[in-house]
Write a new protein. Structure first.
Ligand SMILES: Cc1cc2nc3c(=O)[nH]c(=O)nc-3n(C[C@H](O)[C@H](O)[C@H](O)COP(=O)(O)O)c2cc1C
Length: 176
């Protein structure tokens, strides 16, 4: 990997935490997407985006959509524990065009109820109310995690979630 840059978009800190861990492990420069104008992306051959999932949508993807001739990698973080089927749904919902086949990695994030911004608190309440009515068998893993964490502060982040990405950066085949 000649020159890689880590970019993160994080509302509540989990994507940032994973991005900074990867910076520490690899030495790649890490930058908040808000400050992207401060770096010359044309000098990079690889961009690794760390981003949160909100209402099934990976934030910050537009920065990757405009890139050409670069290796693009995404590490998404959400409430769900790692679940292959869930990751497939996230891919189908978010990645199309030049992003269709790019590697997508995943780490469980955090639920910080006490820090939720007004709009997210309102949305979370609506989601919670709708999930409460569902039959347990119809709940996806992220829905179960949200139901159990609602009203609390829970941190599920773990450095071990970075291992598949680290192995990929070392040259191992990507399997998802
Ligand atoms: C309004 C809202 C909607 C969310 N929707 C989802 C979701 O659809 N799927 C999921 O796995 N996690 C969902 N989450 C959980 C976030 O992905 C999780 O809090 C993650 O840590 C966010 O990244 P960040 O901490 O970097 O902001 C949601 C969180 C909020 C506040």
């Amino acid at each position: 990997m000649e020159k890689a840059v880590i970019v993160y978009k994080s509302k509540y800190g989990a994507a940032k935490k994973y991005a900074l861990w990867l910076e520490e492990m690899t030495g790649y420069k890490c930058i908040d997407l808000e400050n992207i104008k401060n770096i010359k992306l044309q000098d990079c051959d690889t961009i690794i985006l760390f981003s949160g999932i909100y209402a099934s949508t990976i934030a910050g993807l537009s920065i990757l959509k405009s890139q050409k001739d670069k290796q693009l990698i995404i590490f998404a973080t959400g409430a769900s524990p790692y679940d292959e089927d869930n990751l497939k749904i996230i891919r189908e919902h978010n990645l199309s065009g030049n992003l269709s086949n790019i590697p997508l990695f995943y780490g469980q994030g955090q639920w910080l109820d006490s820090k939720l911004k007004f709009v997210d608190k309102t949305m979370a309440k609506l989601i919670y109310k709708s999930l409460e009515k569902k039959d347990d068998k119809d709940l996806e893993p992220w829905m179960k995690a949200l139901l159990s964490a609602y009203g609390k502060d829970v941190d599920w982040t773990n450095r071990s979630y970075l291992e598949p990405l680290l192995n990929y950066l070392k040259g191992e085949q990507y399997g998802c």
